[in-house]
Design a protein around this ligand. Sequence first.
Ligand SMILES: [Zn+2]
Length: 355
Amino acid sequence: MKIIRGSLTIRILDDMHSHYRELPVLRLLARLNQLFFARAIDIGNTVDPIDNAEKYNARNKLLKNYAPKMQIKLAAVLTRTMKLHDIDKIVHAGGQYLKILSGSTTNSDQCVQLEEIEKYFSHLERAEKRKMKCLIHGEITHDTVTGLEIPEKDKEFQSLPIIKKIAHTFPGLPLYFAHLSDRRSIGFVNNEPGIKGVGATPQHFLYTKHDVYDKKGGLKNPHLVLKPCLKEDDDRQAIRNEIFSGNKKYYLETDNAPHSQENKLKIPPSYGSFSLFQILNVLETFNEHGKLDKFEPFVSENGANCHGWPLNQGEITFTIKRFIIPKQFVVKAGGKAIKYIPLGAGQEVKWSLKT
Ligand SMILES: [Zn+2]
């Protein structure tokens, strides 16, 4: 880390959780992501989820085509129709990641939920045998005993016993806990040896549920409607404490997951946030708390170390210079103009990227 007259130079970032979506917005995301990142994990929860080698190869080609400067590792998703030999073939094609996309989030209809994961233990066994890494969206929607729907705020916490069982059944399968949101999960993810890394998003690091809903429960900001839902101030503080303490198990995942403005204004809005530019506010929060020395490990080193990647050699420079988060991006598709609104659109932030 180098700090010279209002600028901060660090190792270029890795995004351990991104959604490149489909064309045509994929082209925009490829262009924006490479401003910050050298590498990213793309979650294959496309409309037609990436659950076999044919789809894996086609998407990899697409990603290479549109983001040639970045190294993007595509994560296959565990669906109910995935066969054991699909896992073999994905690994043969170079796939290293399998994602359990639980919690009824975007395009997860065909995905295996944690409530039913035991029926798919043979898949996890195969992934373990093939030396894959397993990314987990830790949420369940229904109580496994009563079948009753679980309140939104408890969905992550109640998934922990199932994740513990996975960790203990497959000790050779490295698990990565995505987008930690609940302070009650921290003891478990920190101490469970099967969990090799924990992702923290700008959304959960910067915001709380009070930024999403007003006191009467009315929706204030649809761009913060995401999964797992934003929680209380204490939860945000607990996540910050882990990161500011220098816990090396924690790393940045933007979970950058844009939806069109049309889909964000629906009721309920589509889940996910166009969070990319909030990295600049994350940086300012480290600065305000006197923790700038912990920023580079969090955004550029811990992820690589936890996932067994070599560290990036390239650098990136942030400068203290006013930047306005773009109000919108317009993507043309079939003669239509589709709007995408970034989280914090029009907001002034203190840091810019040096170009
Ligand atoms: Zn995600």
